[in-house]
Every structure is written in structure tokens, then in C-alpha cells.
Design a binder for this molecule. Structure first.
Ligand SMILES: [Zn+2]
Ligand SMILES: [Zn+2]
Length: 128
């Protein structure tokens, strides 16, 4: 499966999750069901409760599996904006560029949880 950003083959990270990594940009491809399981495991709410705003004008790549355009979702704090791209067809998610150190699933999972903690930070502080 090719990276939606770089069109190079992504590497499978072995483990129970569907997790692929792009050696070029450091992006991760993750399945939404697996992702939600990890978030709940880390005491975070599911993805749909994490906030974020769809950016309809963003230029995204295509889902490597479905060949449909990915949808950009923006979140994070103003000082540290984050985004992910998601496929509405298969539920695949592409997390870009924040995961260069993730060479195995264990590390990748921790980094993904960190990513979504920060992604939802603004929403949580707004709710206080
Ligand atoms: Zn890439
Ligand atoms: Zn898809």
C-alpha cells in the first residue's frame, strides 16, 4: 500500500493493529477501529468525541485502497496545529509526519495516543 502523501510503499509494523508507516515522510496509516480501541485503552474518548474541524479546502491525497479523496480534519492548539486525513469509504486514517521514531507498534501506539491527546487539547481546555 502506498503513502497517500509520497506515493511510496508503506511498511507494515507487525502487531495486532493494522499499522503502516511511510519511511519517506514518517506518516502512519491506521484503521479507525484499531485507533478507537487504542484511544479508549488510553482513557481518551473515541475519535468522534475528540473534536477537530473538517477542512473542505485542504489538498489531500487519495486513499490507497479506495482511490477516493481523503478528508482533512484539523485540530490541536493554535501554537501546535495538528491534522489527520481520513477515508470516509474504508475508515482508514493517515497521520502525517509526526511519527519518525515509531519503528514498531509499541512506540507507534504511544505516539498515536500522544498525537490525539494534543489533537483534543483545545477542545478539553475550552470545555473547562
Ligand atoms: Zn509518506
Ligand atoms: Zn479508503
Amino acid at each position: 500500500m502506498d503513502c497517500p502523501g509520497c506515493n511510496v510503499e508503506m511498511v507494515d509494523l507487525e502487531g495486532e493493529m493494522t499499522l503502516r508507516k511511510c519511511g519517506e515522510c514518517g506518516g502512519l496509516w491506521v484503521d479507525v477501529a484499531d485507533l478507537n480501541r487504542e484511544l479508549l485503552h488510553a482513557n481518551l474518548p473515541g475519535l468522534e468525541s475528540l473534536g477537530g474541524k473538517v477542512d473542505a479546502n485542504a489538498l489531500t491525497g487519495q486513499c490507497p485502497e479506495c482511490q477516493v479523496d481523503l478528508v482533512r480534519v484539523d485540530g490541536g492548539a493554535r501554537q501546535h496545529p495538528l491534522h489527520y486525513d481520513t477515508c470516509e469509504s474504508c475508515g482508514g486514517m493517515f497521520l502525517e509526519s509526526e511519527f519518525r521514531d515509531a519503528m514498531d507498534q509499541q512506540t507507534a501506539k504511544q505516539e498515536i495516543v500522544e498525537f490525539f491527546r494534543e489533537f483534543s487539547a483545545k477542545k478539553r481546555s475550552a470545555a473547562l
